[in-house]
Design a protein around this ligand. Structure first.
Ligand SMILES: [Zn+2]
Length: 247
């Protein structure tokens, strides 16, 4: 049985019995996992429970069998992203980010960079204007896909490797996770992106974080980005995410 001490973010909580909860965690040093917090709904408990999602903390947990629930032994809360509940764009952004992590980050596979990305995104969503939340949420999504190896290298056709300029309209392959050049024939689930959308995608995926909240996406750009992202995630996770349509 392995015992971990790690920084964790609570992704989701479900009541398990009168007194306990199943807590889905993203642990910086251990990856994503489901754990049982015994007694977290009782009066006095080692978690200051009942536990709630979108809380950052230091936790101790044990994993006996990767196919079964881990046991959460201690959790000390260090940060609560209150701003995520201040307005709907922040709430939907965080909901979508959470669904994306639960659908794509593998179980018990440490992804410290993905962990840091989620925490940074939550902090930003909790503090920026409602109008900035969409750009922050899309920036998170592209960066998470890239970190997990689900995005092709930028600037090249995913079929033939020919250079594709980000300031040109392009077809985007949801199956291969990148743009197609003018010579490669779109097959399967392909999406047409205007030059503006292609530029905005490249910018959100790589710009300094300070710049991201300044981006205001037009409705057309947001719609194209949302549908490309939804198609890519459906390819990878085999399902549509329910918060996707609200971003
Ligand atoms: Zn090509």
């Amino acid at each position: 049985m392995a015992v971990y001490k790690s920084q964790v973010l609570i992704l989701k909580c479900q009541d398990w019995s009168e007194t306990s909860q199943v807590v889905h965690l993203l642990a910086r040093e251990a990856g994503r996992l489901r754990s049982l917090a015994k007694g977290s709904r009782r009066g006095l408990n080692p978690f200051s429970g009942p536990l709630d999602r979108w809380v950052l903390g230091e936790a101790v947990f044990s994993v006996a069998d990767p196919d079964r629930l881990a046991t959460l032994m201690e959790l000390y809360e260090t940060e609560r992203f209150e701003g995520l509940r201040r307005h709907l764009p922040a709430f939907y952004g965080a909901s979508y980010a959470t669904e994306l992590v639960m659908a794509l980050v593998p179980d018990l596979d440490p992804q410290p960079a993905a962990f840091d990305l989620v925490v940074r995104t939550f902090r930003l969503l909790a503090q920026v204007e409602p109008e900035a939340c969409r750009a922050v949420t899309f920036a998170f999504a592209w960066r998470l896909l890239a970190l997990l190896g689900y995005m092709a290298e930028g600037g090249r056709c995913v079929e033939c490797q020919a250079p594709v300029a980000a300031d040109q309209p392009a077809n985007y392959s949801a199956g291969l996770g990148g743009p197609l050049c003018a010579n490669c024939r779109p097959e399967g689930r392909t999406h047409h992106l205007t030059a503006k959308t292609a530029q905005a995608m490249a910018f959100l995926a790589s710009a300094e974080w300070d710049e991201v909240p300044r981006v205001r996406l037009s409705q057309t750009t947001a719609n194209q980005m949302r549908s490309v992202l939804a198609a890519r995630v459906a390819e990878l996770a085999g399902k549509e995410l329910s918060a996707s349509r609200y971003v």
